[in-house]
Design a protein around this ligand. Sequence first.
Ligand code: FMN
Length: 163
Amino acid sequence: MSATQAVQDPHPKARNYGAYQSEIYAHGMFNNILPTVTTDPNKLEEQAKKNLGSRSYNYVAGGAGERATMNANRLAFRQWKMVPRMLRQTTHRDLRVELFGQTYDSPLLVAPVGVQQIFHEDKETGVAEVAADLGVPYILSTASSASIEDVAVANGEHGHRWY
Ligand SMILES: Cc1cc2nc3c(=O)[nH]c(=O)nc-3n(C[C@H](O)[C@H](O)[C@H](O)COP(=O)(O)O)c2cc1C
């Protein structure tokens, strides 16, 4: 396995998260327009249930069994606290992390999830394209419903390739 591409500068399309947050607030406060996908992780499941067909929802809803890992993950995240720091420059945030000798623009990665065609006709290629657009690394499942080649194209020139 070897890395064939190393990104030195932040992704050109990496989102300015502070500006995006302000955009969400402004749309909600001034125009009563809420984001399509809720920003409240506690409401995500309910929203998914409403919008997905039962086959798609049931595929993902239970985690891998009786939700033990999901619950452990939530508990782990609850241990982290946000510390507001005042009067700091926040326009340009650098969230880059180095993993296994490669630099990634985002500390979050899209975990491998198989058979994404169950959720949407755009399947893995759609998610890989959106991930690339946001500068978030996309991990392809071996149980992909789209081919590796198609996903590589959808993930674009800034995707990291591991072979
Ligand atoms: C519906 C579903 C499908 C998944 N498919 C795969 C898969 O094909 N390959 C894989 O390695 N992990 C698969 N996973 C496991 C996810 O990648 C796993 O939830 C993730 O690694 C856990 O990350 P977390 O600890 O950040 O929650 C799947 C998980 C779910 C819920």
